[in-house]
Design a protein around this ligand. Structure first.
Ligand SMILES: [Mg+2]
Length: 196
């Protein structure tokens, strides 16, 4: 069981449904109607999507900059579990490989409906820099969808929990969750005495 004080989260495709946002931008802004979530079979999308690399790069830039009219939705169940977590321990820590937190600093507290002070977002700009911050912050568990990052974290003594996505369906030995309900069941929330 995971202590709420010892857990941190990736954002894209763990908390935020960034894959769906990518599909929405591709369809609405670039007329790419023939892309499906099942096509996202690898993390480097140029290797698995039948999409012009220039358009691919533009969509990524727009996502990072928050420059889109489509709506970024949270992944099912994330809001409830993260609110519960923020109730028992705060700030809840998020570490993203984005180069800057940018639009996430507004999006995250807004969708979670929590105070800005109850969450902390650190943008490290590089997948390999996540482990250092986690060690510094004394975090033992990290929820991540990029399998390569999980292996890296493990070498630094962090226990990764893999959030299942189409691009991480490969052999591994990590704890894996398929949704936020499963993740919730791994966290040791305080049981409050109802009479108090
Ligand atoms: Mg991610």
């Amino acid at each position: 069981m995971i202590d709420p004080a010892s857990i941190a989260f990736d954002i894209d495709d763990v908390v935020a449904d960034t894959m769906q946002l990518f599909l929405d931008i591709a369809r609405e802004e670039y007329g790419e109607t023939d892309l499906y979530s099942e096509d996202f079979t690898c993390y480097n999308l140029e290797d698995c999507l039948d999409l012009d690399p220039v358009i691919l790069r533009k969509i990524f830039e727009r996502i990072i900059d928050g420059d889109y009219s489509a709506t970024l939705h949270p992944i099912d169940g994330a809001v409830e579990v993260l609110q519960r977590l923020a109730d028992s321990f705060s700030p809840v820590l998020f570490i993203t490989a984005r180069p800057f937190a940018g639009p996430m600093t507004k999006w995250l507290p807004c969708v979670l409906d929590v105070d800005q002070k109850d969450i902390e977002i650190i943008a490290v700009g590089d997948f390999d820099k996540k482990a250092g911050i986690l060690v510094e912050r004394n975090i033992s568990y990290f929820i991540e969808d990029r399998l390569e990052t999980c292996f890296k974290l493990e070498t630094r003594g962090i226990t990764p929990v893999l959030f299942s996505q189409p691009w991480n369906r490969k052999t591994h030995h990590f704890t894996e969750v398929h949704n936020w309900r499963e993740l919730e069941s791994l966290i040791e929330f305080e049981t409050r005495n109802p009479e108090l």
